[in-house]
Design a protein around this ligand. Structure first.
Ligand SMILES: [Zn+2]
Length: 240
């Protein structure tokens, strides 16, 4: 799951507005950010090296340190500490720890298999990316729709009107983020098009993912900073 994780940060921002949206966006994806870092550090090597040969069901990485159950407890403590340091109160960090729990539950539902601590220990989650990637994407779509419905119902109840630009970015990031995975669910670009893998692209799988995640964060931050209006009030509010 990628887009669905980002969606959960909007819920945290609504429930605990003392934390900045940027904090929630990064913490909701902290396990994946750590995975990217650990890939480059050689701890969680990810393949296939050439993104042209990658599909959801053939991507592989033992995300022992970034995603397994025992280290996750440590990442939750880190989220609480960073939240406290940044905002001077406990609540945003505690919300961040909750986001990490939700990240783990979502990956268990729709993602790669994770373990208690290492592949020799008990598996946690369905591992649907490898066995049924279309089902994994459908589950992510249902989850993301439910989360966004919660945000929109909450907005409506409180009379908050988002700008059209915000709604368009949400649709592009969440809808586009999931739909763009469908063609490569069980077929790589090489299999889809029949063209030979370009050698120069070897090693760019994880850098490409980093760019994708960063672009999604940038778009959602921009959307979150669009002014909102309140029903019945002419004043325009700029969210923090
Ligand atoms: Zn993850």
């Amino acid at each position: 799951m990628v887009a669905g994780h980002f969606a959960t940060s909007l819920v945290a921002k609504r429930l605990v507005p003392a934390g900045h949206l940027a904090f929630y966006l990064v913490i909701a994806q902290l396990p994946d950010v750590l995975w990217h870092v650990f890939h480059f550090a050689g701890l969680e090597p990810t393949g296939p090296a050439n993104p042209m040969e990658a599909s959801l069901d053939n991507m592989h990485a033992h995300m022992t340190y970034s995603h397994d159950l025992l280290p996750t407890v440590g990442w939750m403590v880190l989220a609480v500490a960073i939240g406290r340091a940044l905002f001077g109160v406990w609540k945003p960090g505690l919300a961040g720890a909750a986001l990490i729990v939700v990240h783990g539950l979502c990956d268990a539902l729709s993602g790669h298999p994770h373990f208690v601590f290492g592949p020799d220990t008990a598996q946690i989650g369905l591992g649907l990316y490898g066995t049924a990637p279309y089902v994994a994407l459908a589950l992510e779509a249902v989850f993301t729709l439910a989360v966004m419905a919660w945000v929109i119902v909450r907005d409506t109840r409180e009379g908050v009107r988002r700008s059209r630009a915000t709604l368009a970015v949400w649709a592009a990031v969440f809808g586009g983020g999931i739909l763009s995975m469908v063609p490569i669910a069980d077929l790589s670009l090489v299999e889809l098009t029949g063209i030979a893998p370009i050698e120069a692209m070897s090693g760019t799988l994880v850098p490409g993912l980093v760019v994708m995640y960063a672009s999604m964060v940038a778009a959602l931050l921009w959307a979150g900073a669009r002014p909102t209006t309140r029903v019945g009030e002419p004043t325009v509010e700029t969210p923090s």
